[in-house]
Design a protein around this ligand. Structure first.
Ligand SMILES: [Zn+2]
Length: 592
Protein backbone atom coordinates (compact mmCIF):
# COMPACT_ATOMS: atom_id res chain seq x y z
CA UNK A 1 0.00 0.00 0.00
CA UNK A 2 2.76 2.35 1.08
CA UNK A 3 4.80 1.51 -2.01
CA UNK A 4 1.80 2.22 -4.20
CA UNK A 5 1.24 5.60 -2.56
CA UNK A 6 4.90 6.56 -2.99
CA UNK A 7 4.71 5.70 -6.64
CA UNK A 8 1.56 7.73 -7.02
CA UNK A 9 3.30 10.73 -5.42
CA UNK A 10 6.36 10.29 -7.61
CA UNK A 11 4.21 10.03 -10.71
CA UNK A 12 2.44 13.21 -9.70
CA UNK A 13 5.83 14.90 -9.27
CA UNK A 14 6.90 13.76 -12.74
CA UNK A 15 3.74 15.22 -14.12
CA UNK A 16 4.27 18.55 -12.36
CA UNK A 17 7.99 19.09 -12.59
CA UNK A 18 9.52 17.02 -15.31
CA UNK A 19 10.87 18.93 -18.27
CA UNK A 20 14.24 19.15 -19.90
CA UNK A 21 16.15 21.85 -18.13
CA UNK A 22 19.41 21.83 -20.00
CA UNK A 23 21.10 20.05 -22.86
CA UNK A 24 24.87 20.12 -23.34
CA UNK A 25 26.37 21.06 -25.75
CA UNK A 26 24.04 24.06 -25.64
CA UNK A 27 21.85 25.55 -28.34
CA UNK A 28 23.75 26.97 -31.34
CA UNK A 29 26.92 25.05 -30.41
CA UNK A 30 29.25 24.52 -33.34
CA UNK A 31 31.56 21.52 -33.48
CA UNK A 32 34.18 20.19 -35.80
CA UNK A 33 33.44 16.81 -37.36
CA UNK A 34 34.81 14.06 -35.08
CA UNK A 35 35.53 16.51 -32.25
CA UNK A 36 34.99 14.78 -28.90
CA UNK A 37 32.37 15.94 -26.44
CA UNK A 38 30.18 14.75 -23.57
CA UNK A 39 26.43 14.85 -24.16
CA UNK A 40 24.27 15.60 -21.14
CA UNK A 41 20.55 16.12 -20.67
CA UNK A 42 19.42 17.55 -17.34
CA UNK A 43 15.76 17.35 -16.37
CA UNK A 44 14.48 19.67 -13.70
CA UNK A 45 12.91 16.94 -11.64
CA UNK A 46 13.23 13.24 -10.95
CA UNK A 47 12.01 11.44 -14.04
CA UNK A 48 10.94 7.95 -14.88
CA UNK A 49 13.26 6.74 -17.62
CA UNK A 50 10.31 5.08 -19.32
CA UNK A 51 8.78 8.53 -19.87
CA UNK A 52 11.93 9.94 -21.49
CA UNK A 53 12.61 10.22 -25.18
CA UNK A 54 15.72 11.85 -26.55
CA UNK A 55 16.05 12.23 -30.28
CA UNK A 56 18.62 13.66 -32.65
CA UNK A 57 17.20 14.74 -35.99
CA UNK A 58 14.10 12.74 -35.18
CA UNK A 59 15.94 9.46 -34.57
CA UNK A 60 16.69 7.82 -31.24
CA UNK A 61 19.84 9.56 -29.99
CA UNK A 62 21.75 6.26 -29.68
CA UNK A 63 21.55 5.81 -33.43
CA UNK A 64 23.19 9.15 -34.17
CA UNK A 65 25.52 9.47 -31.19
CA UNK A 66 26.57 5.84 -31.29
CA UNK A 67 26.02 4.75 -27.69
CA UNK A 68 23.54 4.65 -24.85
CA UNK A 69 23.70 7.37 -22.19
CA UNK A 70 23.99 6.56 -18.51
CA UNK A 71 20.93 7.48 -16.43
CA UNK A 72 21.67 9.48 -13.28
CA UNK A 73 18.39 9.16 -11.34
CA UNK A 74 19.21 11.41 -8.41
CA UNK A 75 21.47 14.30 -9.31
CA UNK A 76 21.24 17.66 -7.60
CA UNK A 77 20.91 16.12 -4.11
CA UNK A 78 18.27 13.70 -5.28
CA UNK A 79 16.08 16.38 -6.80
CA UNK A 80 16.56 15.71 -10.49
CA UNK A 81 17.57 13.15 -13.08
CA UNK A 82 20.02 13.39 -15.96
CA UNK A 83 21.43 11.40 -18.83
CA UNK A 84 25.10 11.55 -19.68
CA UNK A 85 27.04 10.08 -22.57
CA UNK A 86 30.75 10.73 -22.52
CA UNK A 87 33.49 11.00 -25.11
CA UNK A 88 31.45 10.84 -28.27
CA UNK A 89 31.74 12.61 -31.58
CA UNK A 90 29.68 13.19 -34.72
CA UNK A 91 31.24 11.98 -37.93
CA UNK A 92 29.04 13.74 -40.48
CA UNK A 93 28.76 17.49 -40.97
CA UNK A 94 25.34 19.05 -40.86
CA UNK A 95 22.62 20.50 -38.67
CA UNK A 96 21.58 18.47 -35.66
CA UNK A 97 18.38 19.05 -33.73
CA UNK A 98 18.30 17.44 -30.29
CA UNK A 99 14.96 17.07 -28.51
CA UNK A 100 14.61 15.73 -24.98
CA UNK A 101 11.16 14.97 -23.64
CA UNK A 102 9.98 13.69 -20.27
CA UNK A 103 6.37 13.38 -19.19
CA UNK A 104 5.20 15.36 -22.17
CA UNK A 105 7.50 18.38 -21.70
CA UNK A 106 10.35 18.91 -24.07
CA UNK A 107 13.38 21.02 -24.79
CA UNK A 108 15.28 21.47 -28.00
CA UNK A 109 18.76 22.57 -29.02
CA UNK A 110 20.41 22.85 -32.41
CA UNK A 111 24.04 22.12 -33.19
CA UNK A 112 26.10 22.72 -36.28
CA UNK A 113 28.75 20.15 -37.06
CA UNK A 114 31.20 21.38 -39.66
CA UNK A 115 33.85 19.77 -41.83
CA UNK A 116 36.98 21.62 -42.88
CA UNK A 117 38.92 21.93 -46.06
CA UNK A 118 42.36 20.37 -46.42
CA UNK A 119 45.20 21.48 -44.22
CA UNK A 120 46.80 24.76 -45.24
CA UNK A 121 48.97 25.53 -42.20
CA UNK A 122 51.73 23.39 -40.78
CA UNK A 123 51.83 25.30 -37.50
CA UNK A 124 49.58 27.50 -35.41
CA UNK A 125 50.87 30.07 -32.93
CA UNK A 126 48.23 31.69 -30.74
CA UNK A 127 49.36 34.69 -28.74
CA UNK A 128 47.07 35.80 -25.94
CA UNK A 129 47.59 39.29 -24.56
CA UNK A 130 45.59 38.57 -21.43
CA UNK A 131 43.26 41.49 -20.80
CA UNK A 132 44.86 43.50 -23.61
CA UNK A 133 42.68 46.51 -24.35
CA UNK A 134 42.93 48.91 -27.28
CA UNK A 135 44.50 51.45 -24.90
CA UNK A 136 47.27 48.92 -24.14
CA UNK A 137 48.15 48.82 -27.80
CA UNK A 138 48.01 52.59 -28.20
CA UNK A 139 50.15 53.31 -25.15
CA UNK A 140 52.63 50.56 -26.04
CA UNK A 141 52.97 52.11 -29.49
CA UNK A 142 53.50 55.60 -28.04
CA UNK A 143 56.16 54.37 -25.62
CA UNK A 144 58.01 51.90 -27.82
CA UNK A 145 57.78 53.61 -31.20
CA UNK A 146 57.32 57.30 -30.44
CA UNK A 147 54.89 59.67 -32.07
CA UNK A 148 55.53 63.04 -33.68
CA UNK A 149 53.02 65.48 -35.14
CA UNK A 150 50.33 62.86 -34.87
CA UNK A 151 52.15 60.14 -36.78
CA UNK A 152 53.80 57.19 -35.09
CA UNK A 153 57.46 56.62 -35.83
CA UNK A 154 56.83 52.88 -36.07
CA UNK A 155 54.37 50.09 -35.32
CA UNK A 156 53.98 47.24 -32.89
CA UNK A 157 54.83 43.88 -34.42
CA UNK A 158 51.18 42.87 -34.58
CA UNK A 159 49.98 46.23 -35.92
CA UNK A 160 50.69 45.38 -39.53
CA UNK A 161 49.35 41.87 -39.71
CA UNK A 162 47.04 41.62 -42.71
CA UNK A 163 43.93 40.33 -40.91
CA UNK A 164 41.99 41.89 -38.07
CA UNK A 165 38.70 41.28 -36.29
CA UNK A 166 36.78 42.42 -33.26
CA UNK A 167 36.22 39.52 -30.89
CA UNK A 168 33.16 39.01 -28.70
CA UNK A 169 34.18 37.42 -25.41
CA UNK A 170 30.97 36.88 -23.41
CA UNK A 171 30.18 33.50 -21.87
CA UNK A 172 27.16 31.25 -21.40
CA UNK A 173 25.98 32.83 -18.19
CA UNK A 174 27.37 36.35 -18.35
CA UNK A 175 28.38 39.26 -20.55
CA UNK A 176 31.60 39.51 -18.57
CA UNK A 177 34.05 36.68 -18.97
CA UNK A 178 37.08 35.54 -17.03
CA UNK A 179 40.22 34.09 -18.54
CA UNK A 180 39.11 30.48 -18.05
CA UNK A 181 35.84 30.84 -19.87
CA UNK A 182 37.29 32.90 -22.70
CA UNK A 183 40.35 30.71 -23.26
CA UNK A 184 38.12 27.67 -23.23
CA UNK A 185 36.16 29.20 -26.12
CA UNK A 186 39.40 29.64 -28.09
CA UNK A 187 40.68 26.15 -27.36
CA UNK A 188 37.45 24.13 -27.65
CA UNK A 189 35.14 26.16 -29.88
CA UNK A 190 32.44 25.93 -27.20
CA UNK A 191 31.16 28.71 -24.98
CA UNK A 192 31.53 28.09 -21.29
CA UNK A 193 31.02 29.87 -17.98
CA UNK A 194 33.26 31.85 -15.66
CA UNK A 195 35.87 29.71 -13.88
CA UNK A 196 35.22 26.73 -16.16
CA UNK A 197 37.82 25.14 -18.45
CA UNK A 198 37.03 22.61 -21.17
CA UNK A 199 33.59 21.83 -19.74
CA UNK A 200 30.05 23.10 -19.83
CA UNK A 201 29.05 24.25 -16.34
CA UNK A 202 26.31 21.77 -15.53
CA UNK A 203 24.75 21.00 -12.17
CA UNK A 204 27.29 18.26 -11.39
CA UNK A 205 28.68 18.63 -7.89
CA UNK A 206 32.20 17.41 -8.58
CA UNK A 207 34.34 19.93 -10.51
CA UNK A 208 35.61 17.16 -12.74
CA UNK A 209 32.22 15.63 -13.61
CA UNK A 210 30.87 18.37 -15.89
CA UNK A 211 30.31 17.65 -19.61
CA UNK A 212 33.68 17.93 -21.31
CA UNK A 213 34.63 19.25 -24.74
CA UNK A 214 37.89 18.46 -26.48
CA UNK A 215 40.67 21.07 -26.61
CA UNK A 216 42.77 21.91 -29.65
CA UNK A 217 45.76 20.34 -27.88
CA UNK A 218 43.89 17.07 -27.33
CA UNK A 219 42.53 17.14 -30.86
CA UNK A 220 45.92 17.48 -32.54
CA UNK A 221 47.45 14.89 -30.23
CA UNK A 222 44.64 12.44 -31.08
CA UNK A 223 44.50 13.04 -34.80
CA UNK A 224 48.01 14.10 -35.84
CA UNK A 225 51.62 13.77 -34.81
CA UNK A 226 51.85 17.47 -34.02
CA UNK A 227 53.68 18.91 -31.04
CA UNK A 228 52.01 21.18 -28.49
CA UNK A 229 53.66 24.07 -26.66
CA UNK A 230 52.31 26.10 -23.76
CA UNK A 231 54.20 29.23 -22.75
CA UNK A 232 53.12 31.92 -20.31
CA UNK A 233 54.61 34.44 -17.90
CA UNK A 234 51.83 33.70 -15.41
CA UNK A 235 51.66 30.38 -13.60
CA UNK A 236 51.54 27.52 -16.10
CA UNK A 237 48.42 26.30 -14.23
CA UNK A 238 46.70 29.68 -14.62
CA UNK A 239 43.48 29.83 -16.61
CA UNK A 240 44.87 30.72 -20.02
CA UNK A 241 47.56 28.02 -20.31
CA UNK A 242 45.22 25.59 -18.52
CA UNK A 243 42.67 26.16 -21.28
CA UNK A 244 44.85 24.00 -23.53
CA UNK A 245 44.54 20.87 -21.41
CA UNK A 246 42.07 21.21 -18.53
CA UNK A 247 38.54 19.95 -17.93
CA UNK A 248 37.24 21.36 -14.70
CA UNK A 249 34.45 23.60 -13.44
CA UNK A 250 37.00 25.44 -11.28
CA UNK A 251 40.16 27.00 -12.61
CA UNK A 252 41.53 26.87 -9.07
CA UNK A 253 42.15 23.10 -9.44
CA UNK A 254 45.79 23.93 -10.09
CA UNK A 255 47.33 20.72 -8.80
CA UNK A 256 45.20 18.75 -11.26
CA UNK A 257 45.98 21.22 -14.03
CA UNK A 258 49.72 20.75 -13.47
CA UNK A 259 49.17 16.99 -13.85
CA UNK A 260 47.14 17.46 -17.03
CA UNK A 261 49.98 19.45 -18.57
CA UNK A 262 51.91 16.19 -18.38
CA UNK A 263 49.12 13.72 -19.05
CA UNK A 264 47.80 15.51 -22.15
CA UNK A 265 51.18 15.25 -23.78
CA UNK A 266 52.32 18.88 -24.02
CA UNK A 267 55.85 18.92 -25.46
CA UNK A 268 56.90 22.35 -24.22
CA UNK A 269 55.67 23.91 -20.98
CA UNK A 270 57.19 27.15 -19.71
CA UNK A 271 56.21 29.82 -17.22
CA UNK A 272 55.81 30.34 -13.49
CA UNK A 273 53.90 28.19 -11.03
CA UNK A 274 56.48 25.66 -9.83
CA UNK A 275 54.67 25.57 -6.46
CA UNK A 276 52.17 23.12 -7.96
CA UNK A 277 54.93 20.85 -9.26
CA UNK A 278 56.69 20.36 -5.95
CA UNK A 279 55.73 17.75 -3.33
CA UNK A 280 54.04 19.18 -0.25
CA UNK A 281 57.13 18.52 1.86
CA UNK A 282 59.10 21.06 -0.19
CA UNK A 283 58.98 24.61 1.21
CA UNK A 284 56.78 26.80 -1.01
CA UNK A 285 54.83 23.84 -2.43
CA UNK A 286 51.09 24.31 -2.94
CA UNK A 287 50.40 20.63 -3.57
CA UNK A 288 48.47 18.54 -1.09
CA UNK A 289 50.30 15.33 -2.01
CA UNK A 290 53.83 14.05 -2.31
CA UNK A 291 53.91 13.95 -6.09
CA UNK A 292 56.96 15.58 -7.62
CA UNK A 293 55.86 16.59 -11.09
CA UNK A 294 59.27 17.98 -12.01
CA UNK A 295 60.72 14.49 -11.54
CA UNK A 296 57.83 13.07 -13.54
CA UNK A 297 58.52 15.38 -16.50
CA UNK A 298 62.27 14.74 -16.27
CA UNK A 299 61.81 10.98 -16.20
CA UNK A 300 59.80 11.31 -19.40
CA UNK A 301 62.76 12.95 -21.11
CA UNK A 302 61.96 16.63 -20.64
CA UNK A 303 64.86 19.06 -20.52
CA UNK A 304 64.37 21.29 -17.49
CA UNK A 305 65.30 24.87 -16.65
CA UNK A 306 64.59 27.16 -13.71
CA UNK A 307 66.41 30.30 -14.86
CA UNK A 308 67.11 32.18 -18.07
CA UNK A 309 70.73 30.98 -17.89
CA UNK A 310 69.66 27.35 -17.52
CA UNK A 311 67.20 27.76 -20.38
CA UNK A 312 70.04 28.77 -22.71
CA UNK A 313 71.91 25.53 -22.12
CA UNK A 314 68.98 23.17 -21.44
CA UNK A 315 67.99 22.92 -25.10
CA UNK A 316 70.30 20.53 -26.93
CA UNK A 317 70.23 19.86 -30.68
CA UNK A 318 68.01 16.81 -30.08
CA UNK A 319 65.75 18.27 -27.37
CA UNK A 320 62.11 17.59 -28.23
CA UNK A 321 60.52 18.16 -24.82
CA UNK A 322 61.13 21.11 -22.55
CA UNK A 323 59.86 22.16 -19.12
CA UNK A 324 60.80 25.60 -17.78
CA UNK A 325 59.53 26.78 -14.39
CA UNK A 326 61.00 30.15 -13.49
CA UNK A 327 58.99 31.27 -10.47
CA UNK A 328 56.92 29.60 -7.77
CA UNK A 329 54.02 31.91 -8.69
CA UNK A 330 53.49 34.34 -11.56
CA UNK A 331 56.68 35.56 -13.20
CA UNK A 332 57.59 39.24 -13.08
CA UNK A 333 56.85 41.62 -15.92
CA UNK A 334 59.34 43.55 -17.99
CA UNK A 335 59.11 46.84 -16.06
CA UNK A 336 60.16 45.06 -12.86
CA UNK A 337 62.64 42.62 -14.39
CA UNK A 338 64.51 45.18 -16.47
CA UNK A 339 64.16 48.45 -14.57
CA UNK A 340 62.41 48.67 -11.21
CA UNK A 341 63.36 45.31 -9.64
CA UNK A 342 60.04 45.17 -7.74
CA UNK A 343 57.70 42.20 -7.38
CA UNK A 344 59.61 38.94 -6.85
CA UNK A 345 62.64 39.94 -8.94
CA UNK A 346 64.97 39.88 -5.92
CA UNK A 347 63.89 36.32 -5.16
CA UNK A 348 64.00 35.24 -8.82
CA UNK A 349 66.62 37.52 -10.42
CA UNK A 350 67.21 35.44 -13.55
CA UNK A 351 63.76 34.93 -15.09
CA UNK A 352 63.66 34.74 -18.89
CA UNK A 353 61.75 37.24 -20.97
CA UNK A 354 58.72 36.13 -22.97
CA UNK A 355 60.91 36.59 -26.06
CA UNK A 356 63.46 34.08 -24.82
CA UNK A 357 60.73 31.57 -23.96
CA UNK A 358 59.08 32.04 -27.36
CA UNK A 359 62.39 31.57 -29.17
CA UNK A 360 63.22 28.38 -27.27
CA UNK A 361 59.71 27.00 -27.70
CA UNK A 362 59.91 27.53 -31.47
CA UNK A 363 63.36 25.96 -31.60
CA UNK A 364 62.17 22.81 -29.86
CA UNK A 365 58.69 22.52 -31.40
CA UNK A 366 59.84 23.14 -34.98
CA UNK A 367 61.84 19.90 -34.80
CA UNK A 368 58.55 18.07 -35.18
CA UNK A 369 58.03 17.39 -38.89
CA UNK A 370 54.26 17.24 -38.38
CA UNK A 371 54.11 20.80 -37.12
CA UNK A 372 52.97 22.27 -33.82
CA UNK A 373 50.37 24.29 -31.99
CA UNK A 374 51.92 26.85 -29.64
CA UNK A 375 50.14 29.05 -27.13
CA UNK A 376 52.11 32.03 -25.85
CA UNK A 377 50.41 34.09 -23.16
CA UNK A 378 51.46 37.53 -22.01
CA UNK A 379 49.53 36.99 -18.81
CA UNK A 380 50.88 39.91 -16.86
CA UNK A 381 49.11 42.50 -19.03
CA UNK A 382 46.02 41.39 -17.13
CA UNK A 383 47.75 40.79 -13.81
CA UNK A 384 48.90 44.44 -13.84
CA UNK A 385 45.62 45.91 -15.10
CA UNK A 386 43.66 44.35 -12.22
CA UNK A 387 45.45 46.52 -9.61
CA UNK A 388 45.17 49.54 -11.96
CA UNK A 389 48.92 49.50 -12.62
CA UNK A 390 48.86 50.60 -16.24
CA UNK A 391 52.60 51.17 -16.68
CA UNK A 392 53.35 47.54 -15.88
CA UNK A 393 50.50 46.41 -18.12
CA UNK A 394 51.75 48.53 -21.03
CA UNK A 395 55.38 47.44 -20.64
CA UNK A 396 54.19 43.84 -20.93
CA UNK A 397 52.26 44.78 -24.06
CA UNK A 398 55.58 45.92 -25.51
CA UNK A 399 57.04 42.59 -24.39
CA UNK A 400 54.22 40.79 -26.23
CA UNK A 401 55.03 42.79 -29.35
CA UNK A 402 58.68 41.69 -29.05
CA UNK A 403 57.65 38.04 -28.67
CA UNK A 404 55.28 38.24 -31.64
CA UNK A 405 58.14 39.67 -33.71
CA UNK A 406 60.06 36.43 -33.12
CA UNK A 407 57.07 34.38 -34.27
CA UNK A 408 56.62 36.58 -37.32
CA UNK A 409 60.26 36.08 -38.27
CA UNK A 410 59.81 32.33 -37.82
CA UNK A 411 56.61 32.34 -39.89
CA UNK A 412 58.19 34.45 -42.64
CA UNK A 413 60.65 31.67 -43.49
CA UNK A 414 58.13 29.16 -44.85
CA UNK A 415 54.76 30.91 -44.88
CA UNK A 416 53.25 27.77 -43.36
CA UNK A 417 52.32 29.15 -39.95
CA UNK A 418 49.08 30.75 -38.85
CA UNK A 419 49.85 33.43 -36.24
CA UNK A 420 47.06 35.06 -34.24
CA UNK A 421 47.40 37.72 -31.56
CA UNK A 422 44.38 38.49 -29.41
CA UNK A 423 43.24 39.39 -25.94
CA UNK A 424 40.95 36.94 -24.18
CA UNK A 425 38.93 39.86 -22.78
CA UNK A 426 39.51 43.52 -22.06
CA UNK A 427 39.87 45.92 -19.14
CA UNK A 428 38.36 49.38 -18.67
CA UNK A 429 41.58 51.22 -19.50
CA UNK A 430 41.69 54.43 -21.53
CA UNK A 431 44.38 56.89 -22.57
CA UNK A 432 42.92 60.35 -21.95
CA UNK A 433 45.85 62.75 -22.21
CA UNK A 434 49.03 63.56 -20.33
CA UNK A 435 50.00 64.54 -16.80
CA UNK A 436 52.48 67.42 -16.63
CA UNK A 437 54.08 67.95 -13.22
CA UNK A 438 55.18 71.42 -14.33
CA UNK A 439 51.70 72.56 -15.32
CA UNK A 440 50.05 75.25 -13.20
CA UNK A 441 47.70 74.26 -10.42
CA UNK A 442 47.67 72.95 -6.90
CA UNK A 443 45.79 69.73 -7.48
CA UNK A 444 47.07 66.92 -9.65
CA UNK A 445 43.91 67.04 -11.75
CA UNK A 446 44.90 70.59 -12.75
CA UNK A 447 48.00 69.07 -14.34
CA UNK A 448 46.09 66.73 -16.63
CA UNK A 449 46.16 67.94 -20.19
CA UNK A 450 43.34 67.00 -22.53
CA UNK A 451 42.84 67.94 -26.18
CA UNK A 452 45.55 70.44 -27.22
CA UNK A 453 46.73 70.79 -23.63
CA UNK A 454 47.84 67.15 -23.68
CA UNK A 455 50.62 67.62 -26.21
CA UNK A 456 53.05 64.70 -26.03
CA UNK A 457 54.80 62.99 -23.10
CA UNK A 458 58.55 63.23 -22.47
CA UNK A 459 59.57 59.62 -21.89
CA UNK A 460 63.19 58.92 -22.80
CA UNK A 461 63.82 57.26 -26.16
CA UNK A 462 63.20 53.53 -26.05
CA UNK A 463 66.15 51.17 -25.59
CA UNK A 464 66.96 48.35 -28.00
CA UNK A 465 64.06 46.29 -26.63
CA UNK A 466 61.55 49.07 -27.22
CA UNK A 467 61.18 50.15 -23.61
CA UNK A 468 61.75 53.72 -22.41
CA UNK A 469 64.29 53.08 -19.62
CA UNK A 470 62.24 55.20 -17.21
CA UNK A 471 58.54 55.73 -16.55
CA UNK A 472 59.30 58.36 -13.89
CA UNK A 473 59.12 61.41 -16.13
CA UNK A 474 57.68 64.89 -15.63
CA UNK A 475 55.19 64.63 -18.47
CA UNK A 476 53.64 61.21 -18.76
CA UNK A 477 50.58 59.49 -20.16
CA UNK A 478 47.32 60.02 -18.29
CA UNK A 479 45.66 56.61 -18.28
CA UNK A 480 42.72 55.69 -16.11
CA UNK A 481 40.54 52.68 -15.51
CA UNK A 482 36.78 53.11 -15.76
CA UNK A 483 35.82 50.35 -13.31
CA UNK A 484 37.57 50.31 -9.98
CA UNK A 485 37.30 49.77 -6.23
CA UNK A 486 37.99 52.62 -3.78
CA UNK A 487 41.64 53.61 -4.17
CA UNK A 488 44.05 56.50 -3.90
CA UNK A 489 44.88 57.86 -7.33
CA UNK A 490 48.48 59.05 -7.12
CA UNK A 491 48.83 60.18 -10.74
CA UNK A 492 52.32 58.66 -10.60
CA UNK A 493 53.85 55.33 -11.61
CA UNK A 494 54.44 52.87 -8.77
CA UNK A 495 58.22 52.66 -8.73
CA UNK A 496 58.84 50.39 -5.74
CA UNK A 497 56.31 47.61 -6.01
CA UNK A 498 53.29 46.84 -8.18
CA UNK A 499 50.25 48.83 -7.07
CA UNK A 500 48.11 47.41 -4.26
CA UNK A 501 45.03 49.64 -4.50
CA UNK A 502 42.94 48.06 -1.75
CA UNK A 503 43.08 46.31 1.59
CA UNK A 504 40.37 44.28 3.29
CA UNK A 505 38.66 45.86 6.30
CA UNK A 506 37.27 43.99 9.30
CA UNK A 507 33.88 43.67 7.59
CA UNK A 508 35.53 41.82 4.72
CA UNK A 509 35.08 44.74 2.33
CA UNK A 510 37.82 46.14 0.14
CA UNK A 511 38.73 49.73 0.94
CA UNK A 512 41.41 52.09 -0.36
CA UNK A 513 44.93 51.18 0.74
CA UNK A 514 46.02 53.99 3.09
CA UNK A 515 49.65 53.35 2.21
CA UNK A 516 49.15 55.68 -0.77
CA UNK A 517 47.16 58.34 1.09
CA UNK A 518 50.17 60.57 1.74
CA UNK A 519 51.69 60.43 -1.72
CA UNK A 520 51.77 64.14 -2.63
CA UNK A 521 48.71 64.97 -4.71
CA UNK A 522 46.95 61.62 -4.13
CA UNK A 523 43.16 61.72 -4.05
CA UNK A 524 40.65 59.16 -2.92
CA UNK A 525 38.74 57.87 -5.90
CA UNK A 526 35.49 56.43 -4.63
CA UNK A 527 34.92 53.13 -6.34
CA UNK A 528 32.15 52.28 -8.76
CA UNK A 529 32.42 48.54 -8.18
CA UNK A 530 30.92 46.55 -5.32
CA UNK A 531 33.03 46.61 -2.16
CA UNK A 532 33.68 42.91 -2.69
CA UNK A 533 35.95 43.83 -5.61
CA UNK A 534 39.57 44.11 -4.54
CA UNK A 535 40.78 45.25 -7.97
CA UNK A 536 39.53 46.47 -11.31
CA UNK A 537 37.52 43.94 -13.29
CA UNK A 538 37.22 42.69 -16.86
CA UNK A 539 35.00 44.40 -19.39
CA UNK A 540 32.79 43.17 -22.23
CA UNK A 541 34.32 45.59 -24.73
CA UNK A 542 35.37 43.70 -27.86
CA UNK A 543 38.94 42.49 -28.15
CA UNK A 544 41.03 43.20 -31.24
CA UNK A 545 42.52 40.11 -32.93
CA UNK A 546 45.19 40.39 -35.60
CA UNK A 547 46.41 37.49 -37.69
CA UNK A 548 48.64 36.42 -40.55
CA UNK A 549 49.50 33.28 -42.44
CA UNK A 550 47.53 30.42 -43.99
CA UNK A 551 44.03 30.19 -42.59
CA UNK A 552 43.94 33.79 -41.44
CA UNK A 553 41.63 34.65 -44.37
CA UNK A 554 38.71 33.75 -42.10
CA UNK A 555 39.55 36.60 -39.74
CA UNK A 556 37.39 39.63 -40.45
CA UNK A 557 34.74 41.96 -39.07
CA UNK A 558 33.21 40.87 -35.79
CA UNK A 559 33.78 37.31 -34.68
CA UNK A 560 32.67 35.24 -31.73
CA UNK A 561 35.57 33.90 -29.67
CA UNK A 562 34.54 30.33 -30.54
CA UNK A 563 35.39 31.10 -34.17
CA UNK A 564 39.06 31.39 -33.22
CA UNK A 565 38.98 27.64 -32.57
CA UNK A 566 37.30 27.09 -35.91
CA UNK A 567 39.99 29.17 -37.62
CA UNK A 568 42.68 26.92 -36.12
CA UNK A 569 40.99 23.62 -37.02
CA UNK A 570 40.25 24.88 -40.53
CA UNK A 571 43.89 25.89 -41.02
CA UNK A 572 45.06 22.51 -39.75
CA UNK A 573 42.42 20.62 -41.76
CA UNK A 574 41.34 18.76 -38.61
CA UNK A 575 37.87 18.10 -40.00
CA UNK A 576 38.91 17.27 -43.53
CA UNK A 577 37.02 14.38 -45.04
CA UNK A 578 39.51 13.70 -47.82
CA UNK A 579 37.43 15.39 -50.48
CA UNK A 580 38.84 18.70 -51.59
CA UNK A 581 36.46 21.49 -50.74
CA UNK A 582 37.18 24.84 -52.30
CA UNK A 583 40.63 25.70 -53.50
CA UNK A 584 43.48 23.27 -52.98
CA UNK A 585 46.34 25.17 -51.41
CA UNK A 586 49.19 25.90 -53.77
CA UNK A 587 51.66 24.26 -51.45
CA UNK A 588 50.01 21.84 -49.05
CA UNK A 589 51.94 21.31 -45.85
CA UNK A 590 52.99 17.79 -44.89
CA UNK A 591 50.46 15.87 -42.90
CA UNK A 592 50.90 12.62 -41.13
ZN1 LIG B 1 41.95 39.05 -15.23
Amino acid sequence: MLVKRCCAILLALWGVQASAQAIYPIDRATMVVDGKFDFKVEFDGVVDPSSVTITVNGQPYEKVLGAKAAFLPNEDNGKASSYILRDISIKHPGKYEVVATAAGKSMKVNWEVYATGPRTAKNVILFIGDGMTVANRTAARVLSQGIKEGKYMGKLSFDDMPRMALIGTSGVESLITDSANSMSAYTTGHKSSNNALGVYASRAKNNLDHPKVETIAELVKRKTGMAVGIVTDAEVEDATPAGMVAHTRRRSDKSEIAEWLFLKGADVVMGGGSAYFLPKSTPGSKRKDDNNLIDLFKSDGFAFATTATELKSAVKPDTRKLLGLFNTGNMDGSLDRFYLKGGTVKQFPDQPDLTEMTRKALEVLSRNKDGFVLLVEAGLIDKASHPLDWERSVYDTIMLSNAVKIAKDFAAKNNDTLVMVTPDHTHGLSLVGTIDDNAKGTEMRDKIGVYEEAGYPNYPAPDKNGYPPSVDVSKRLAMFYGNFPDYYETFHPKLDEPFAPTVKNDKGQYVANEAYKNVPGAVLRVGNLPRSADTGTHTADDGVLTAMGPGSERIHGFMDNTEVFRTMVEALGLGYDGKTKGKTPAKPATRR
